[in-house]
Each structure stands twice: as structure tokens, then as C-alpha cells.
Design a protein. Structure first.
Length: 263
């Protein structure tokens, strides 16, 4: 009897703590995380073709293929990120993982512009010949692209769902005004971050250098990850549910049982 009462008290204390978490006060943390990640990742795309052609001496066809695969992987991994958050890790851990991967990828991309040994050797002035990048140097570049894609695939599908977890209120389920205020700010920040990525970041790359043009997105991604982690203690962290594959297998088994019974 005493154990039952103690367990009930623990449950009530846990629920009381959850009520004190979430809400509009957490809105700046994940909106900044989303906006800065978008500025950082989107700002790399417009001029990346020129970087591949001028610094890595790739042909236009090869550069276009690489950028197409990079974009496709970033969008396709959103399915993996959503599955990972819903079935195994939860949205908070997946967004944290994505922020770390994006930051690491952008730092690695910045290093390709900073360290000459990561790019093709300089052209021979006497023979006027230029050699392309070796396989190991291209591997570093591709690895940075892959990390950025993993980060985008983890952050983008979970960001708005994670924010909905913070604004869900069991005592007041019809809080339309709060949700409307959040979505207004969310999509305004989303649109503004895209504009900044395609203007300010591109301008920096065009008029300063690749070193500065890649350093700025890396710094923004660092601030994005830092801002998200700063608000960790205030978040409502919904645990992952059972695996989607488990539910699918259960449905198939039940259908087979029903068919065997009908026969």
C-alpha cells in the first residue's frame, strides 16, 4: 500500500514538472535553431558549383551531378530522421544529433577552403597543366556534404513536430491563439532565413573569399546548436514510440490469422 502511494506521488511530481516545461518561452530556442541551420545550409548551395569548378577543377557535368545527389540525399534523409525520432531516439536527441552533424560537416567544408592540402595541387606554370583532386581529397569534400545532409535530414522533419510538443497543453487543448502565434513566427523566420541565405551569404562568398564565406555558415550552425542546447532544461521531451516496423509486422500477422480462420 505504501509503495503504491509513493509511486502515485512520484507520478504527480513528474506531471507537475512537465507542466512547468514547454510553452511559448521555449519558442526562441528552436526557432533560432531552425533559422540558423537554414541560413547555414541553404547559403552553401547557390555558389557551390563555382567552388567545385574553380577550386576542385570539376567539369560542369560532374559538379551538377554531385550537387544533385547532395540535394537529393538531404531531402531523402528526412524520412530516415523522422523514422529515427518516432521509433527510437525521440525528437530532442535527433535534433541534437542533426545539429552536431551539420556543424561538423560545415567545419570540415570550411577546412577544405583553409587547408591547401585538401584541394588539388596548383597548376604547373611551365607546362600549363592542372591536375584534378585525388580520391582522398574528394573523399573529405564528400564526407562534409554527407554530414551536412545527415544534419538536415534530422533537423528539418523534427523541428516543427518538436515545437508542437512544447505548445501542447492538456489543460487547455483549444489554445489556437498560441499555436497561431507560433506558426506565424515560425514561417516568418523560415522565409527570412531563406532570403538571408540567398543574399547575404552569397554576397560574402562573391566579394570576400571562400574562407570567410564558409566560416560564416559554420559560425551560424554553431550558434544554432548552442541555442538549442541552452534551452534543454525547459523542453518537453516526448519519448519515442514503438518501431513502425513492429506495427507493420503485427498488421501482417493479424491479416494472415484472419485469412486462415476464414478458410
Amino acid at each position: 500500500m505504501e509503495n503504491t502511494i509513493a509511486e502515485e506521488k512520484m507520478i504527480l511530481i513528474a506531471k507537475d514538472k512537465d507542466r512547468k516545461k514547454g510553452g511559448l518561452r521555449t519558442m526562441p530556442f528552436f526557432i533560432v535553431n531552425m533559422a540558423f541551420e537554414r541560413v547555414a545550409s541553404y547559403g552553401l548551395m547557390p555558389n557551390m558549383m563555382f567552388y567545385l569548378m574553380n577550386n576542385y577543377r570539376l567539369e560542369t557535368e560532374n559538379g551538377s551531378t554531385i550537387l544533385f545527389l547532395w540535394s537529393a540525399m538531404s531531402n531523402g534523409l528526412s524520412i530516415f530522421g523522422a523514422f529515427l525520432s518516432d521509433s527510437f531516439m525521440g525528437r530532442y536527441l535527433v535534433i541534437s544529433l542533426g545539429s552536431f552533424c551539420s556543424l561538423l560537416g560545415m567545419i570540415l567544408l570550411w577546412l577544405t577552403a583553409m587547408i591547401p592540402q585538401l584541394q588539388p595541387p596548383p597548376c604547373d606554370r611551365f607546362t600549363d597543366t592542372c591536375s584534378s583532386a585525388t580520391a582522398d581529397r574528394m573523399a573529405v569534400l564528400f564526407f562534409s556534404f554527407g554530414l551536412i545532409s545527415i544534419g538536415a535530414g534530422c533537423i528539418r522533419p523534427c523541428s516543427i513536430a518538436f515545437s508542437a510538443d512544447q505548445l501542447h497543453n492538456e489543460e487547455n487543448p483549444n489554445n489556437e491563439s498560441v499555436l497561431q502565434s507560433f506558426f506565424n513566427w515560425y514561417y516568418a523566420a523560415k522565409g527570412l532565413s531563406t532570403i538571408i541565405a540567398f543574399t547575404v551569404i552569397v554576397y560574402i562568398q562573391d566579394n570576400l573569399s571562400w574562407k570567410v564565406g564558409f566560416a560564416v555558415p559554420a559560425i551560424l550552425m554553431f550558434l544554432s546548436a548552442l541555442m538549442f542546447l541552452v534551452g534543454s532544461s525547459q523542453y518537453v521531451k516526448v519519448k519515442a514510440s514503438s518501431s513502425l516496423f513492429t506495427g507493420f509486422v503485427q498488421v501482417v500477422v493479424q491479416e494472415q490469422k484472419a485469412q486462415s480462420i476464414s478458410q
